[in-house]
Design a protein around this ligand. Structure first.
Ligand SMILES: [Mg+2]
Length: 232
């Protein structure tokens, strides 16, 4: 028996991975699909709107897209845009998803240490399944998709809370890995500690987040240090 103070670094109860922009560089493919839709409707998407859409779920994104294009945002309009953009994105995902630097190694490292893992994405299940063909389903104990959270998408804490519930772990013992302000806000609100790796949009420092440039070199020591730092 040892005192708590004598014990080594704390291993995370689970590592919860965002998908788009964190594991795979799919945000660029989303941009192509959104630009294609805007062109199809005779307009173009502004950079400002594109930026606030990063990390958002499909319905919210489509409302922002249609508003940006000056088009109606009735439910049928949103559904139609979502179907169009979803189909185009699926096409692009099938052509191949580029990894973010260090992502495959980080996934393997976490698995090798026997730590529970989840994928927590705002992307809908049908598209996430295409991405999982590239990423590999075996990396995750569970996966939570944007259409499985009762409409309470990031930045609501529900996606991360749900992942922790499904894994049977305390969110406070989890490290989430995120790339967007929306995703970081969700994970922090759930009580997770966050490794924040900006991809498309800059991220600011915060109490429950550690900023990094990439997933390269992520190891158990890093994960434990991040967790212990947040608990200190
Ligand atoms: Mg993301």
């Amino acid at each position: 028996m040892t005192d708590a103070a004598d014990q080594g670094p704390t291993s995370p109860a689970a590592v919860l991975f965002d998908m788009d922009g964190t594991l795979v560089d799919s945000e660029k493919l989303w941009t192509i699909a959104l630009d294609d839709y805007a062109a199809h409707r005779g307009g173009s998407l502004s950079d400002a709107t594109r930026e606030v859409m990063v990390g958002s779920n499909m319905t919210r994104s489509m409302i922002m897209l249609l508003e940006d294009l000056g088009l109606p945002t009735e439910e049928a309009d949103v559904d139609h845009a979502a179907a169009w953009v979803g189909a185009r994105t699926a096409e692009l995902f099938r052509e191949g998803l580029p990894w973010r630097p260090g992502a495959p190694e980080a996934l393997r490292t976490v698995r090798e240490h026997g730590i529970s893992t989840a994928l927590v994405t705002s992307t809908i299940r049908s598209l996430a399944e295409i991405a999982l063909d590239t990423i590999g389903r075996d990396h995750f104990d569970i996966t939570v998709c944007g259409d499985e959270v009762d409409g309470r998408n990031k930045p609501d804490p529900e996606p991360y809370l749900r992942a922790a519930r499904m894994l049977g772990v305390d969110p406070a013992g989890c490290v989430a890995i995120e790339d967007s302000p929306t995703g970081v806000a969700s994970a922090e609100a759930a009580g997770c500690t966050v490794i924040a790796i900006p991809c498309e949009v800059p991220l600011l420092p915060g109490d429950r987040r550690v900023l990094r440039d990439s997933l390269e070199g992520l190891d158990l020591t890093t994960l434990s240090t991040v967790l212990d730092g947040a608990a200190a």
